[in-house]
Write a protein of this length. Sequence first.
Length: 247
Amino acid sequence: MAGHSKWANIQHRKGRVDAQRGKMWSKLSKAIIVAAKTGGGDPDANIRLRKAIDDAKALSMPKDNIQRAIKRGTGELDGGEVEELLYEGYGPGGVAVMCEVMTDNRNRTTPELRSMFGKFGGNIGNTGCVSYLFDRKGLFVFDGESVCEEKVTEIALENGGDDVESEEGKIQVTCDPDSYSSLLDAFQAAGLEPEMASISQIAQTMVELEGSVAKSVLRLLEALDDHDDVQNVSTNLDITDDMFDEE
């Protein structure tokens, strides 16, 4: 659990700070546009759109902004020319890195990300070079001191959850992406609000690195996460608390 859930939680906490500066709203708008473009503008019939809207509301994105993004996605307003891309590559030490991107200009985004990988000692690879190392899963993380693990496990197993783990004060639940929405509804109906809920690329096995190499990977991950077109960053680096204590 250590690597992917810790980085996901870092992204989650960082997102709150970014939202205060308005940096996340552009990313959220793109997520809503793509969701509406691919599945229609009704969140009740479009699970992906519903999640994108929930994420936007959680970061205090104004209702008017959300509605404009939906209309751009459905074609009612101009500005919906956003495409979804997946970049795969390697960081320092051969660590696998995946970037889920939404951009209105791949001719700008691709060289920017290629340069960023190179700057931190990595490189972008061909399609499929690292994706086989990851599974796409619904991911929920709870504070183990605030919720009952037995209750979380019971609800998870009854509503499509496929794994429950507890480590370092956190309870993590994974599920098939198709079960994500119904499982989130079940948790919320039971009064269990996850600290983080997302559909993520989860590494099958983790890679351990130390010292300057590990720090270089963390700098790459943070730089990628800061890029306006990058929605999610996944890695198989086994991230430990010591890495951040030394930063």
